[in-house]
Design a protein around this ligand. Structure first.
Ligand code: G3P
Ligand code: CA
Length: 236
């Protein structure tokens, strides 16, 4: 089971910063998950919320700021990274990157094309997967990068049939919240050749639930702790 560091090593360092990514790599996470949105000048930036209020010392929507005008992160020491900063850093490292396209609250025209183009520019196609809660973003991504694996994110099981939906659209991954993961759910995707990666797994109880259900990967804020739990589970 692979361990992705969710927003970098976000339990201990400011989420979605280069510091959090560096620390996740040092903690030997198999992969890193990050979120992208678009600024007013069309820069692809790494930030979870549509507003900068929680992450930075400023206030307002990401979409209303020119990249150069974005305030610093709340700790006063870091900037919101560009996706290109991250990709330049990730290049050459043994690391998988899951780029989550944030497009459910605000739809950013052109974001999928820009992400696909940046991944291609840095030649990281073999090490990147794209996920989104918005299936339209996944389908758009495929238009620009047909070879990039796609993951459909779901928080709640609103209707049965996400396995059929992923199959019909040809999504390679299903990314459910840990609260809805069961062995039967995972099997219904595996049966169709679709991998299941679950979020956000931050306790031993959640880890065992994911492992016993047979998921392929977890997203965690605590890569070091989850790696230790995983190692222990191997020897038990
Ligand atoms: O990709 C899994 C997870 O990051 C999705 O939820 O809100 O943390 O972006 P969120
Ligand atoms: Ca995310």
């Amino acid at each position: 089971m692979l361990i992705f560091s969710h927003r970098g090593f976000s339990a201990r360092y400011p989420e979605n910063t280069m510091l959090a990514f560096e620390k996740a790599f040092e903690a030997e996470a198999d992969g890193i998950e990050l979120d992208v949105q678009l600024t007013s000048d069309g820069s692809v930036v790494i930030i979870h919320d549509e507003k900068i209020d929680r992450a930075t010392v400023g206030t307002g929507f990401v979409k209303d700021f020119h990249y150069d005008e974005l305030p610093v992160i709340s700790d006063g020491n870091h900037r919101i990274p560009l996706l290109s900063d991250y990709l330049a850093w990730a290049k050459g490292k043994e690391l998988i990157t899951n780029i989550e396209i944030k497009s459910s609250v605000i739809y950013y025209p052109g974001l999928e094309e820009k992400v696909a183009s940046l991944v291609r520019q840095y030649r990281l196609d073999e090490q990147v997967t794209i996920s989104s809660f918005n299936p339209l973003s996944l389908l758009r991504t495929r238009e620009y990068a047909p070879h990039l694996p796609l993951g459909f994110l779901v928080e709640k099981y609103g209707f049965s049939g996400f396995d059929h939906l992923c199959s019909a659209f040809g999504f390679e991954y299903f990314h459910p919240d840990i609260s809805i993961v069961t062995p039967d759910l995972v099997e219904s995707f595996h049966h169709r050749g679709i991998h299941v990666n679950t979020y956000t797994v931050n306790s031993e109880e959640e880890f065992l639930k994911a492992k016993n259900a047979g998921v392929d990967a977890i997203f965690t804020d605590l890569p070091e702790t989850m790696k230790a739990i995983a190692d222990q589970a191997e020897t038990d």
